[in-house]
Write a protein that binds this ligand. Structure first.
Ligand SMILES: Nc1ncnc2c1ncn2[C@@H]1O[C@H](COP(=O)(O)OP(=O)(O)OP(=O)(O)O)[C@@H](O)[C@H]1O
Ligand SMILES: [Mg+2]
Length: 314
């Protein structure tokens, strides 16, 4: 099983669209994929469920909110009990061996983020506060180690556009971090900062793990940066526009973050009605299409970097 956090502080850069479609294309290749919606905006969840269905069957007792809502997340609810199999997308996957499951989010997750941060305080001893730090930040990682999740080839975690505690639990749980970005000044500006903050979190977590007398429940983490994937790239006459090409090259040459070869073009025709059908655009589109080709290339690149080849070694 490979766990990948899809994150960027910047909002609206295509994280959720990428998580839904990359997950769907990977499942269409025969992989068993679990998507986790960790964003209180709940957009990933609503890509697969109608708002009515979510209210009726998920809202009260099958969202990640209730899992985080315990003194130590997961104490009262098993993460495995929150997994649902969205019907429409799995119907579209019917003639493949793949599966796409989801742990849905809840708008109330925004309050949980603040409550979790408050819980970090209130311990009087240094050892106690380090243990609390590790238990809170490591909660999702520990839960995903449950045997139930071993059946998945790939877990993609859609993060909120922030670096709150819930996002940090995703980073701690992940082996790789995938960073969608737009090729513009504001989106590329924060990339090194994001990588620096991830590195600081990793160092703090590992320092606490290695601290003498530290807890036996946690092991050091080492999430890699899979890379930046540029999304909504403007293409004219088969070429990336000069302005965007300049930003992409700037990141490629001067940033600490690797840049993936694959990129996803701007295509309002495919992604404009996200959420309406319960099936990600890449599974709805038939025929030859440049953006479909790009999503398949991205899937190849990501699966190969994760050494996750359908039918091969997992
Ligand atoms: N390649 C694309 N071409 C055109 N529109 C796109 C593309 N990718 C995403 N979009 C659209 O851009 C908007 C933002 O995308 P998305 O919700 O995936 O971003 P996000 O990074 O998850 O946002 P947030 O930070 O708010 O969670 C959505 O309306 C989506 O449909
Ligand atoms: Mg999103």
């Amino acid at each position: 099983m490979r766990i990948v956090a899809v994150m960027n502080y910047k909002g609206g850069v295509g994280k959720t669209t990428l998580t839904a479609n990359l997950g769907a294309v990977a499942a269409s290749r025969g992989l068993r994929v679990l998507l986790i919606d960790l964003d209180p905006q709940t957009n990933l969840t609503f890509s697969f469920f109608s708002i009515d269905d979510w209210h009726q069957s998920l809202k009260d007792n099958r969202t990640i909110r209730q899992w985080y809502d315990a003194e130590i997340p997961g104490r009262d609810t098993s993460l495995a009990d929150l997994v649902v199999t969205p019907e429409r997308v799995n119907k579209a996957l019917d003639n493949t061996a793949g599966q796409l499951d989801l742990i849905s989010s809840h708008l109330g997750l925004i309050d949980i983020d603040l409550e979790l941060a408050a819980r970090l305080g209130g311990t009087t001893t240094l050892d106690g506060s380090k243990r609390k730090f590790l238990d809170l930040h490591g909660c999702l990682r520990q839960a995903l180690e449950d045997a139930h999740f071993a059946e998945y080839d790939l877990v993609l975690i859609d993060c909120a556009p922030n670096f709150g505690l819930v996002t940090k639990t995703a980073i701690v749980a992940s082996q790789q971090i995938l960073v969608p970005a737009k090729a513009d000044y504001l989106s590329t500006l924060g990339l090194d900062y994001l990588v620096g903050n991830c590195a600081a979190l990793v160092q703090q977590f590992n320092d606490f793990v290695n601290h003498k007398g530290g807890t036996r429940n946690h092991r050091p983490i080492d999430p890699g940066i899979l890379g930046v994937v540029f999304t909504m790239v403007q293409i004219y006459s088969q070429q990336v526009t000069l302005a965007q090409h300049t930003y992409i090259e700037e990141v490629r040459l001067n940033s600490r973050v690797p840049v993936l070869e694959s990129r996803i073009r701007n295509s309002p025709r495919h992604f404009g009605d996200a959420g309406e059908s319960g099936v990600p655009a890449m599974l709805r589109t038939t025929g030859r299409d440049e953006v479909v080709r790009e999503f398949h290339e991205l899937t190849d690149e990501v699966l190969s970097a994760l050494e996750l080849v359908p039918g091969g070694q997992r």
